[in-house]
Write a protein that binds this ligand. Structure first.
Ligand SMILES: [Zn+2]
Length: 467
């Protein structure tokens, strides 16, 4: 019996560790492929205003061709020569309707001077991959392609077609949005029973995994322009009626305003589930939030920007313009105010609330663009069960939690078109350090490879007979 401790020590040192790694990480060759595709994607400048997604689509197509995918299963095209999308189909037995795996390939603009590294260089540092798009959304794009190549390599036979679509212009919306274009022009390519997309990721706090979130509904976006026009004049003869001061006052009032705190079906269920996961006072507060307590909502909203945004519609100033000369009174001062609206709040309600906050008839409040508000996805037991199963296999004890997300995604177009869409990625991130759209965007190295495994297994589970 003396050998037992030695053996269990050996096991602890070698086999168990190796076993654990085998569960949460794909073999090295697969990790390397995912890494190389990820790096290639991040280093392509696909900023939605100044960049192009076509090189990303072409890079993915080249990888797929090299892995033996026939040209007839690969489509590259879109609304504009610079804004191509890639769609690839991996054929299954046709037993069930296809599953669509979606990721967008455009990114929010990033200025070198704002970052501590070059945003379009893929840099590994201190356990993270840095670069624009490392989180939003090129990691998922790279993983979809790498895993599809692996399925083919190992001869996996799904009972439904697996379609991967890497699409343009999610970030800015607008005329070249790839999902919108594909739905209108080539729906046959992406028609599916349901889709998996960005929008849900793993929540981590203090290095501990809290939940693997599944996005089933989302806030919608409205942009408002606050605009003040004034006759102006010479700056040596200032008067109180000044366009910049009117605007500044309106924005200052906006900064102190908060929309009412409330829950809906999805967020109440979310807080109820999180109450069982969180520790300390916040856990009790979350249970009370689920029951509708205003006091608890206030404390929870104050504790985290993400919970605040879950509990209310938010509007924030994002762009400013104004004045025309150093020595002239401004004739124009304007701001863009970006609102993220709860599905149950109407456009008219939000506009009315803003006008009340502004409380200045010199400040015109007008909506820019067209908000599109889609339905939530049904909580399909087959999809949620598969997500729960694979989550628990990889990260025992971590629950998969359906959520409404604060940001908007292309899932909205798909839901409007009748394709239920679930935002699920398995990328775990510190929930108070989400850097999407911000400076020094990054994703944990370990997190990337674990999600590769998660998505590899999830898609297999969802496309194998008997599930
Ligand atoms: Zn995104």
């Amino acid at each position: 019996m003396k050998t037992l401790p030695v053996r269990s020590m050996l096991c602890a040192l070698l086999f168990c560790a190796a076993g654990a790694r085998a569960q949460t990480m794909r073999p090295e060759a697969e990790r390397k492929l995912a890494h190389d595709i990820y790096k290639e994607f991040v280093e392509i400048q696909s900023g939605y205003m100044t960049g192009a997604t076509t090189p990303v689509a072409e890079a993915a197509a080249a990888r797929l061709r090299a892995a033996g995918f026939p040209d007839s299963d690969i489509f590259v095209g879109g609304a504009n020569p610079r804004k191509a999308n890639l769609v690839v189909r991996y054929h299954g037995s046709g037993g069930r309707k296809p599953i669509l795996l979606l990721a967008h390939t455009d990114v929010v603009e990033a200025k070198r001077e704002d970052w501590s590294t070059d945003p379009f260089q893929f840099i590994e540092k201190d356990g993270y991959y840095y670069g624009r798009g490392t989180g939003d959304d090129k990691a998922q794009a790279a993983v979809w392609i790498a895993n599809l190549i692996q399925y083919r390599k190992e001869g996996f036979q799904p009972d439904r077609d697996i379609i991967v679509a890497l699409t343009a212009d999610e970030e800015g919306g607008g005329p070249f949005n790839g999902v919108d274009w594909l739905l209108k022009n080539r729906r046959d390519l992406i028609d599916a029973e349901f889709a998996l997309n960005e929008g849900g990721w793993g929540e981590e706090a203090g290095g501990k995994k809290i939940s693997n979130d599944v996005q089933v509904s989302e806030k919608y976006v409205i942009n408002f322009r606050f605009e003040v026009r004034n006759k102006g004049g010479h700056s040596s003869l200032p008067v109180a009626d000044n366009a910049i001061y009117h605007l500044a006052g309106a924005l200052e009032r906006l900064s102190r305003f908060g929309f009412p705190l409330k829950t809906n079906e999805v967020t109440a269920a979310y807080f109820k589930q999180m109450a069982g996961i969180e520790a300390g006072a916040v856990s009790g507060d979350m249970a009370k939030v689920a029951e509708g307590s205003q006091e608890a909502m206030q404390r929870v909203a104050a504790a985290s920007p993400a919970w605040n945004a879950t509990l209310r519609t938010t509007c924030v100033a994002t762009l400013l313009e104004g004045g025309h000369a150093l020595n002239a009174l401004p004739q124009l001062a304007a701001a863009n105010v970006n609102c993220r609206v709860l599905p149950e709040d109407s456009v008219e309600y939000v506009k009315g609330a803003l006008e009340q906050v502004v409380a200045d008839d010199q400040v015109a409040v007008t909506m820019t663009g067209h908000p599109s508000k889609g339905p939530g996805s049904p909580l399909r037991p087959d999809v949620l069960q598969a997500i729960r199963q694979v989550t628990d296999r990889l990260w025992p004890g971590v629950p998969a939690v359906p959520i409404m997300v604060m940001g908007a995604t292309d899932g909205n177009y798909l839901r409007l078109a009748g394709i239920p869409t679930y935002g699920v990625q398995g990328f775990f991130m510190d929930r108070n350090d989400i850097r999407f759209h911000g400076r020094d965007e990054r994703l944990g190295v370990q997190s990337f490879y674990e999600a590769q495994t998660f998505l590899y297994e999830l898609v297999k589970t969802l496309s194998k007979a008997g599930n």
